[in-house]
Ligand binder design. Sequence first.
Ligand code: SF4
Ligand code: SF4
Length: 418
Amino acid sequence: MTGGIRGGFEGLDACVHCGFCLQACPTFLATGDESDSPRGRIELMRALERGELEATDPALAYHLDRCLGCRGCEPVCPSGVRYGQGLEAARSRIASVRGVPLLTRVALWALTSPGVSGVVYWFARVLRATGIPRLFAGWGRFRFAMGMLAATKPSDRRTVGRSDRKAPSPSGRPTVRPSVLLFRGCVQQGLFSHVHDATARTLGVNGYQIREVTGQGCCGALHAHAGLLDEARALARTNIAAFGDGDGDEPIAVNSAGCGALMKEYGHLVGGAASERFAARVRDVTELLAPSPVPGAPLDLHVAYDPPCHLLHAQGIADPPLKLFAAIPLLELVQVPGAAECCGSAGLFTLVEPEMSRAVLAPKLARLREAAPQVVATGNPGCLMQLGAGLAAAGLQTPVRHPVELLDDAYRAAGRYE
Ligand code: SF4
Ligand code: SF4
């Protein structure tokens, strides 16, 4: 990234090797190997910066490739190490020498190129509608991918948990409706347009006017995580231009935690006043809804909330999703130990590092089996797919849904859309 004279490595300087981050690191917990821990990786990255390790060093690439980029190590660090920025700087340097693996290139091309991705998502939706992905869902690369696609299907279980109790009346809604611009993204638009619909409806109930923005595109997060910072910057500039620098300070609503985390860092990524102003307008949809959400109808549901790493750790957003759940009477949150740990999705990680990804997912699935919620809720497309595929592979039928979808159900049950 462009933020510092050392391109992001300076974020690692504060590390004092205390090791507080080790137990927060899912890959260290999975392997017990110091080189798969934040502290070990920081040493590798600093050696790369100092020139003591070549960017082509196989051990360096091996252990950095196995990092989820979940940033679970950041909030627990007493020294304020900016691990995520250091990781992106290191991956960028490695990618500039080694290139990016073919599988990553193909996935980025298929999922994020404007013309190509439209066709890919169209085929994916057709396949999803046949119900075949659900039948094939399971372990193994192909079957897990089928499970991920099946997990993107809009839920047809809207009436589950519906109660006959009446919704509380909304109080004191503002008469002036502030406008908000909706960020649509690539995967989220291609496979989760129902989440966009729920976002627009719930924001509308809460007094916002939704404005659509043409010319926007992929946020660039998948590129940045792969070390392709120039491509990420180009995508960021497209979005900054599309959302308009001179359009006032209207918030930009994002319902994908991974996208929101990078878009809030556009200032650091791109540099300059326009990108800083853009970043300051980005809000997760739960932040916009949270201050005092209009109550919905009661839903008698047991829900396990799995906070996305890029919402909780990267954006520091913990309470707003809980406020949404609290606006749904009778909905009960099931506490699942280790919910804040990464699910192993991490953008393309689940595709390119399947072994580590499944190792990280396994303990979460075991705890969800134990807790037996009726619904798992999470606010990021990658997590929705990873958890949905994992639950299906584990033989559990628990649906995985975005928090705004549950609020949307509660509003529909309350007749707020009539
Ligand atoms: S990253 Fe932070 S928590 Fe981890 S070893 Fe360094 S100073 Fe300690
Ligand atoms: S980003 Fe996640 S996987 Fe990588 S070192 Fe930090 S805690 Fe571990």
